[in-house]
Write a protein that binds this ligand. Structure first.
Ligand SMILES: Nc1ncnc2c1ncn2[C@@H]1O[C@H](COP(=O)(O)OP(=O)(O)OP(=O)(O)O)[C@@H](O)[C@H]1O
Ligand SMILES: Cc1cn([C@H]2C[C@H](O)[C@@H](COP(=O)(O)O)O2)c(=O)[nH]c1=O
Length: 207
C-alpha cells in the first residue's frame, strides 16, 4: 500500500454486514463537523456505473473475478473521489475499504495474499476503524432487514468476525494503525473514542 502524501486524512471503517458501520459513520461525521473539521463520507462499492455493476455482480458471482471487480472500483474511487477530497484537506471516511475485501472475498475462498497483492497500489488508510459486535446482536439487526445480500443470509456473521480479526492482523503487520470498536449498544462512547483518536492523528489536544 502507498502512503497518503496529501494534506487530508483517509479513515476507513469496516466490519461485518449489519454491525453498524453506516450508523457510526453518521455520528462520527456529526461530531467531527462540530469540531469544525471538513469531512467527506464515501462508500464502496461506489455509486458509479462500475460500483453499481459490482454490487449486482456480487450477488451472482464470487471468488477471484469479484475480488478484481471490487479492486477496480476501489482504484477508480481513489482517483476520482478520494484523492481529490484529500487534496482539499478533508477527512475522508470510507464506509468499506480493503478490510472489507479481507472479510468478504475470503468468505469466497480467495487467498489473503492475492487480495493484498491486488490492492498493493491503493492508498494506505491513515486510520482503520474495525467494528466488532456480538454475533447474536448482528444477527438481530440483520433480521430486521427486508432484503439481504448473499453475504447476509444464513447466519454468516461468525465467519465475518473471524476474517475481520485476521484482516486486522494483516493490516497491522503492514503498518496500518487500527482502532477496534465494539458496537454492541454503547454507540456514543464509541463515537467519542473515535473522535479522540482521529483528532490525535492531527496532533491536536482534545479535552
Ligand atoms: N449501537 C447500536 N445500538 C442499537 N442499534 C444499532 C447500533 N448500531 C447500529 N444499530 C442498528 O443496526 C442496524 C444496522 O446498522 P447499519 O446499517 O449502520 O449497519 P452496517 O454495518 O452499515 O450494515 P451494511 O454494511 O450491511 O449496510 C440499523 O438498524 C441500525 O439502526
Ligand atoms: C467493499 C466491498 C464490497 N463487496 C460487495 C459485497 C456486497 O455485495 C456489497 C457491499 O454492500 P453493503 O451494502 O455495503 O453491505 O459489495 C465485496 O465483496 N468486497 C468489498 O471489498
Amino acid at each position: 500500500m502507498v502512503d497518503n502524501i496529501y494534506v487530508g486524512k483517509l479513515i476507513s471503517l469496516d466490519g461485518p454486514n449489519g454491525v453498524g458501520k453506516s450508523t457510526l459513520i453518521e455520528k462520527l461525521k456529526e461530531r467531527l463537523e462540530l469540531k469544525e473539521y471538513q469531512v467527506y463520507v464515501t462508500k464502496e462499492p461506489t455509486d458509479t456505473e462500475l460500483g453499481k455493476f459490482v454490487r449486482s455482480y456480487a450477488e451472482e458471482h464470487g471468488g477471484i473475478s469479484l475480488a478484481c471487480m471490487v479492486a477496480a472500483d476501489r482504484y477508480e474511487h481513489l482517483i476520482n473521489e478520494i484523492i481529490p477530497q484529500l487534496k482539499e484537506g478533508k477527512i475522508v471516511i470510507a464506509d468499506r475499504y480493503i478490510l472489507s475485501s479481507l472479510i468478504l472475498q475470503r468468505m469466497d475462498k480467495v487467498r489473503s495474499t492475492f487480495i493484498l497483492n491486488l490492492n498493493s497500489e491503493i492508498l494506505k488508510p491513515d486510520l482503520q476503524i474495525a467494528v466488532f459486535a456480538k454475533e447474536e446482536i448482528i444477527q438481530k439487526r440483520l433480521a430486521e432487514r427486508e432484503t439481504l445480500t448473499r453475504f447476509e443470509k444464513d447466519n454468516q456473521s461468525s465467519y465475518e468476525l473471524k476474517y475481520l480479526e485476521d484482516g486486522v492482523r494483516l493490516l497491522k503487520e503492514r503498518g496500518v494503525e487500527v482502532l477496534r470498536i465494539v458496537n454492541n449498544d454503547s454507540l456514543i462512547e464509541n463515537v467519542e473514542k473515535m473522535v479522540v483518536e482521529i483528532i490525535g492523528l492531527y496532533g491536536e489536544i482534545y479535552d
